[in-house]
Design a protein around this ligand. Structure first.
Ligand SMILES: NC(=O)c1ccc[n+]([C@@H]2O[C@H](COP(=O)([O-])OP(=O)(O)OC[C@H]3O[C@@H](n4cnc5c(N)ncnc54)[C@H](OP(=O)(O)O)[C@@H]3O)[C@@H](O)[C@H]2O)c1
Length: 288
């Protein structure tokens, strides 16, 4: 088992936050990087530090004495230079191990576009860094459905950008569990792991679960790609990030993400959690 401080980037996010919770109170001191450390939850053995991928000095400070890093690539806008800056600082600081959060579909093609092109570039940088590495490519997160909470509350509608396609929806806590195993465990490193939940499910399947648990009938509405792009523009998305997200969604919409693996079970020694399990645990976020 690796000893030393673990640095968690994206510590206020879906995966980084769950990695903190899993490591808290354990034998590894943990440092949680955020641009606003006051937003990092207070947890035993977790020190929140101020840091920004655009500020090399902050990365140097955060990496002092660190043995392993969880690298969460910022999604909006995705910036390859962020990850390269972190990797350079990690090598200089004598870090031994990096676990990079990537995404399923990276390196696939859709409509003439490379899916996850920025993940592809940073995966390659991780592999060439000289550090021990693991790349995690999770499927779509169960927690993405939190984005439906408002329209479910207002009119019971679930917008479906993937047009009925089925995906191996994964509980972010399982992604975090695998990340922790790779950060501190004795695995054969140098692996690219595709992580999925235990079942292929559509937005309609997820709406059925949420509706049943909430005691309501929810209506699924297809959200074609041009309409999705329009909503993202209204929400002020960076244009590059938007086109990359549209390409990934188009790939999923075409059935590309109908993929299941058993990697979570192989690493954690128990089956991956179902969407229903995640929904039960988070029902209050939907007004349940
Ligand atoms: N959502 C999915 O279904 C899915 C599936 C597969 C893979 N992924 C991948 O998972 C990754 C995380 O995506 P997410 O949507 O779940 O986001 P997230 O991790 O929930 O949030 C983004 C994180 O980035 C940090 N951040 C933003 N700008 C930063 C900067 N300049 N310097 C340092 N930290 C910065 C934020 O921290 P502060 O604001 O605290 O600084 C925040 O913790 C992405 O690479 C995405 O491609 C997502």
């Amino acid at each position: 088992m690796l000893a030393g401080v673990i640095l968690v980037t994206g510590a206020t996010g879906a995966i980084g936050g769950n990695v903190l919770r899993l490591l808290a109170g354990g034998e590894h001191p943990v440092r949680a990087l955020s641009r606003t450390p006051s937003s990092v939850p207070t947890l035993s053995g977790v020190e929140a530090v101020q840091g920004d991928f655009t500020d090399p000095d902050s990365l140097r400070r955060a990496l002092d004495g660190v043995s392993a890093v969880l690298l969460v690539t910022v999604p909006n806008p995705p910036t390859v230079a962020h990850d390269v800056a972190l990797l350079d600082a990690a090598v200089s600081a004598g870090v031994r191990r990096v676990v990079k959060l990537s995404a399923i579909g990276t390196g696939e093609w859709w409509n003439g576009q490379l899916v996850g092109s920025w993940h592809q570039e940073t995966e390659d940088a991780v592999r060439g860094s000289g550090l021990d590495w693991t790349v995690l490519r999770p499927s779509t997160f169960a927690s993405n459905t939190l984005g439906w909470a408002r329209s479910i509350a207002v009119d019971g509608v679930v917008p479906d950008p993937v047009g009925g396609a089925r995906q191996g929806v994964i509980d972010p806590r399982d992604v975090a569990g695998v990340a922790v195993a790779e950060l501190v465990g004795d695995h054969s490193l140098g692996r690219t792991l595709t992580l999925t939940g235990p079942e292929l499910i559509s937005a309609a399947d997820q709406a059925e679960v949420l509706g049943r648990l909430l005691g309501r009938t929810l209506r699924v509405e297809d959200l074609p790609l041009p309409a999705m792009r329009g909503r993202m523009e209204e929400d002020g998305w960076d244009s590059t990030a938007m086109e990359l997200a549209v390409a990934g969604t188009g790939w999923a919409r075409s059935g590309g993400n109908a993929v299941l693996t058993r990697t979570v079970e192989e690493v954690l020694g128990r089956p991956a959690a179902t969407f229903e399990k995640w929904a039960v645990d988070h029902l209050s976020r939907f007004g349940g």
